[in-house]
Ligand binder design. Sequence first.
Ligand code: BGC
Length: 692
Amino acid sequence: MDAAVADAGCDGPCPLNAAIEARIDGLIAQMTLDEKIAEKHGTTSVNGLWVASELDRLGIPGYRMVDGARGVSSGTGYATAFPVASLRGATWDPALEERVGEAIGLEVAAKSGNVLLAPVLNILHHPRWGRAQETYGEDTFHMARMGVGFVRGVQEHVLANAKHYAAYSIENSRFGVNVVVDERTLREQYLPHFQAVVDEANVASIMTSYNQVNGSYSAQNEHLLHDILKGEWGFLGFVESDWLFGTQSTVPSALAGLDIEMPYANFFGAPLLAAVDVDAGLDAGVDAGVGAVPLDVIDASVRRILRRQFEYHLDAPAPRPPSSVVESPAHEALAQQVAEEGIVLLKNDAAALPLDRSKVRSLAVVGALSATANLGDHGSSNVTPSITVTPLQGIQQAAGKVAIASVPTDTLSTADTASVAAADAAVVVVGLTWADEGEFIPGTSPGDRTSLTLSPAHIALVQAVSAANPRTIVVLEGSSAITVEGWIDGVKGLLHAFYPGVQGGTALAGILFGDVNPSGKLPVTVPVAEADLPPFDNTSAQVTYGFFHGYRYVDHDGTTPRFPFGFGLSYTTFSYENLKLSSTTLAPALDGSVTVNAEVRNSGSVAGDEIAELYVGANHSAVERAVRDLKGFQRIHLEAGQTKTVSFTLRARDLAYYDVTTSAWVVEPTDYTVSVGTSSRDLPLTTTLTVH
Ligand code: BGC
């Protein structure tokens, strides 16, 4: 750990540091009201870093913030472009995600930043969301584990910023849409992962979202900020707004608990100065009359803004990491490992994969995307690496004696078709780019997807290739679910590669040739058709989110998805045996737990990683429940023939629902079905746990 931040790195809520609090007392006593107000908004941007809160007169260093959902933002020059977060979600590997966070944090520090504006912890309510690639997937338990890993890694070097709080999952109407969500759904589906990074990783800061939640903009939402984040969860860091139109008011935002308006003063600054009532006390605050922000509210906010600066010793920074850490060989290797663990094998008929170099003499590599550095969105998460390995380059480098016929176009000439037909196998790369999905920045970035299907041109290309070559393998690029009907039956193999980062081509080639055994699993549901999911509405001023989305939605409806949540194939096979609970009963209290053990055997002939998944469903509940909820997962490596025991701690609180009548979490006395297996729809081991 970087010595500069050593004492800020506690994994649970950090106790307040008395010396830091006393120092802040002294500073607040010396600050003029103008200086306090100036702490509460961004000021400028320098070399791609957003600046806020610096005050030279009093030695307050301030923040230098930078985007980085998949690497340090393009605005700072070159950086390692890691696979997007949706691919990283497909690794189901929080320890690896911690290393990614640490690597990005180190590159931020090397570029003089001190706050990384990541991770994105927004539940993928629907795969058409333009920023699906920036988040880990559709499930809150999975997102919590991945987010905690990332934040811990980042905060080895700089502050992390969990965003966008909360219920942000539509792009094109993001600047105003009112997301109506009932309290139980909010508590159970949209907030637990934010609480996890507060409780378990002591995340330094939180960014609010653009949208409204139940009629109040997130940056002035008393319930989200005052009651839950700061009240119930005891968050001690600072809250900042999102950028373009992220702050919508002066007094309501200040009173609700927005600490910093970013990126510049608009509602804070002069209007906030005018609204401060220097005579009103904190207790009188909310009743102090329209336009009145008590000085105590400003002081408490300045305290939160200063606290992280001193906890992280930003006033006496350790020497910056050398610029050689940026795009270092270690980070390139990490990006490759992540892609190798996250690319998902969805179909492999007739052992189409792997391609055995001693038997396959020629391989056609087809599609414009095969020769494109396709790294993801060009919005705020954009990263510019100095070199990217495309799928074609990766395949060429790994091909050995296999002759590669490159057809880097989306339409086939007669000669192209002949060359595809003549090859022993064909790999066709299709999918989405930043022009199809991304952050909605008017005039720059497109926002939400218009459909879950491939484009007609890509469907036609897949059909043409598979008509010409019986051993056709499709590689999909794109952030989340892409439906496959109309062409899947014609192809033998299917890989989902997301946006696989700077070494994506190397990782992909390793999987195609069998040097790497694929092990990623979908962090999203791939439906047969879009109609199988809840509606996606990015034009209305108001949308309502129901209790179910993703796998819970198709499970509840009894719909069979094309590829279920948690699904992914391997070049080997795994079998599950001997499910055991440490106890078959639990008391109806939040603090109990049982241990769930199961044996996983590699029943095939090559080594591989398996991700074992644990789901729980409540039987005979007094409230509506999902058929099953993910409550544990574990990635393990198994040699051929090897058996290992996976062990999960199932906490009583993981069984609880949020009771809106008592505003409390309730562990309901009933029976729970505990299942372990290889995907949400393939759970060979099942037992019952009784709460009484
Ligand atoms: C995005 C944020 C980002 C910010 C700064 C906003 O438009 O929603 O995720 O951190 O811009 O670039």
